[in-house]
Design a binder for this molecule. Structure first.
Ligand SMILES: [Zn+2]
Length: 258
């Protein structure tokens, strides 16, 4: 990543704005002043109201700056609103209030965020979904390696199930790209629980991309360097648009596109 902080808000901001803003250095940062790709796409013809986010961490509302752009960013404790909710949406709304608040009211379990997002997708077919998960990070910080592995396995299964769903639903089938990215890395050895500028290797991350217009290259074996600030322009390019910003944003990852 380009940002030197290697923590959550700056990492998510870099992913979504294409810019490692030196001023975005804290998880308590207020509403993000930088333009993000979600609000950029929402302004495009045919996308208004079709760009939605579901997050396990309430700070994501500030990262995306929903107060500025009015996007749907569903954060912990918030129900899917509206009339004619599907059974899945109603049940997801209900159960989030029954789960244990393991990490306080600002977070909820990934399984709940996933249920809300998937039920919303089934019922309403948004064109862009940003799903923001957090269990692995929390179990890492609390030094619970067994739970950390479980969370990793479960997120992997959720992504698999989501991809299968995308191939079943004619709305999404063969025209949807799935991209998976972290907001930062973690330390190694004794420091695996933590991350941040003082933790070596916490800037080492990865990217998964699959779907139309993405080269099916498998696990990349060749040497090379890409940065998180390139993800934003790449994601927008996959939808056929050119993300522009007043910021100095990263270039598309051309090696990934076909
Ligand atoms: Zn963390």
């Amino acid at each position: 990543m380009k940002n030197p902080y290697w923590i959550s808000y700056p990492g998510r901001s870099e992913n979504l704005t294409g810019y490692a803003d030196p001023k975005v250095k804290s998880n308590n940062h207020p509403n993000n002043g930088n333009k993000n790709i979600l609000e950029f796409i929402d302004q495009k013809k045919g996308y208004k109201g079709k760009v939605v986010s579901f997050a396990s961490w309430d700070a994501v509302g500030r990262v995306i700056n929903r107060e500025r752009n009015g996007l749907l960013v569903n954060i912990p404790g918030e129900n899917i609103a509206g009339h004619n909710l599907s059974e899945g949406e109603k049940l997801s709304n209900e159960i989030q209030h029954y789960e244990p608040k393991i990490w306080g009211s600002g977070e909820r379990l990934d399984a709940t965020t996933y249920a809300l997002a998937k039920s919303y997708m089934r019922a309403r077919h948004p064109k862009v979904v940003y799903l923001d998960l957090a269990d692995t990070d929390e179990y890492g910080h609390s030094d619970q390696y067994d739970f950390y592995l479980d969370a990793t396995r479960n997120i992997d299964a959720m992504i698999s199930s989501l991809w299968s769903y995308l191939q079943e639903d004619p709305f999404y089938k063969d025209n949807t790209v799935l991209m998976v990215m972290p907001d930062h890395g973690r330390g190694v050895g004794d420091q695996w629980t933590s991350h941040g500028a003082s933790i070596p290797h916490a800037d080492e991350t990865w990217l998964i991309a699959m779907g139309p217009h993405v080269k099916p290259l498998g696990e990349i074996k060749s040497a090379g360097q890409i940065y998180h600030d390139q993800f934003a322009k790449t994601m927008v390019k996959l939808l056929g648009f050119d993300f522009t910003s007043e910021n100095q944003i990263g270039e598309t990852i051309d090696s990934l596109l076909k």
